[in-house]
Design a protein around this ligand. Structure first.
Ligand code: IPD
Ligand code: CA
Ligand code: CA
Length: 268
């Protein structure tokens, strides 16, 4: 069995190194930007540089492990390891390309079906969120726990909108419009990994989003679980769609989503 404490130390070093790359190129006018699934889904040369750094580090240290990474997909199919690293080298690429400081590196390690390690690092604000299965969640070395609010009216929530929002009517605009008058604040920070990490830390009271990918949420999910929170998945046909928070707030967001679907849109 893998030495998880050692793996965590290595991962923390790698994400800080990737963070240095992100800081070096941040707000440089000359960085190359391309589009992917739609005209608003971006990839920059910094996503690729950081991915290379993360993947090279994993392969050098754990050559037999599998890797799933946003820009280069699944690693060599000959690898049959039970260990799988899941990497989003820049979560928040739109912010990065704009020169906005909220973006993060997200990395998780799964053993069989279970996530056993997760780290989210936001380099500009220098916040490192970490969790190892069964050992709690931490922000810059301090233990974090999920918030304890009970009423939506006291909550500051976060959400995001899928890249296919121009062509898909299930694009979260309806839930956003319905929930915004009910809460103290509603943020669209632009990095799902950072959103989830902040829910784990109690800095956000809840989060929901539609059509995310595994690399956006794998580390954040473990952070939330280890901080005592809850994640509920919905919409099987819409990528990874989820609600996160403490149990009470999670349920209250879910109730409102269900209300919009059933009462307003009359969907089954
Ligand atoms: C995106 C961010 C964003 C979320 C999108 C994600 P990317 O990841 O997490 O907050 O709304 O759905 O795809 O493309 O910046 O890695
Ligand atoms: Ca992402
Ligand atoms: Ca990304």
């Amino acid at each position: 069995m893998l030495d998880l404490d050692l793996a965590l130390e290595k991962v923390k070093k790698w994400v800080k190194e990737a963070g240095d790359i992100q800081k070096e190129y941040f707000r440089k006018k000359s960085i190359l930007i391309n589009t992917k699934s739609t005209g608003i889904d971006l990839v920059t040369e910094v996503d690729e540089l950081c991915e290379k750094h993360m993947l090279d580090s994993i392969k050098e240290n754990y050559p037999l492990h599998g890797i799933l990474s946003e820009e280069s997909g699944k690693s060599d199919t000959n690898i049959t390891s039970d260990y799988l690293w899941i990497v989003d080298p820049v979560d928040g690429t739109t912010n990065y390309a704009q020169g906005l400081p909220i973006f993060a590196i997200s990395i998780a390690l799964k053993y069989k079906d279970e996530t056993i390690l997760g780290v989210v690092y936001c380099p500009i604000v220098d916040q490192l969120f970490e969790a190892v299965k069964g050992k709690g969640a931490y922000l810059n070395g301090e233990k974090i726990t999920i918030g304890n609010k009970r009423d939506l009216s006291e909550c500051v929530l976060a959400t995001g909108f899928p890249y296919d929002r121009a062509v898909h009517k299930d694009n979260n605009a309806n839930y956003f419009a319905h929930l915004v008058p009910m809460v103290r604040g509603l943020r669209r920070m632009g990095s799902a990994a950072y959103d989830l990490a902040n829910v784990a830390a109690g800095s956000l009271d809840g989060f929901w989003e539609i059509n995310l990918s595994l690399w956006d949420i794998a580390a954040g999910e473990l952070l939330i679980e280890e901080a005592g929170g809850k994640i509920v998945y919905l919409k099987e046909k819409r990528g990874i769609s989820l609600v996160a928070g403490n149990e009470a707030i999670c349920q209250k967001i879910l109730d409102q989503i269900e209300y919009v679907d059933k009462i307003i849109y009359k969907t089954p």
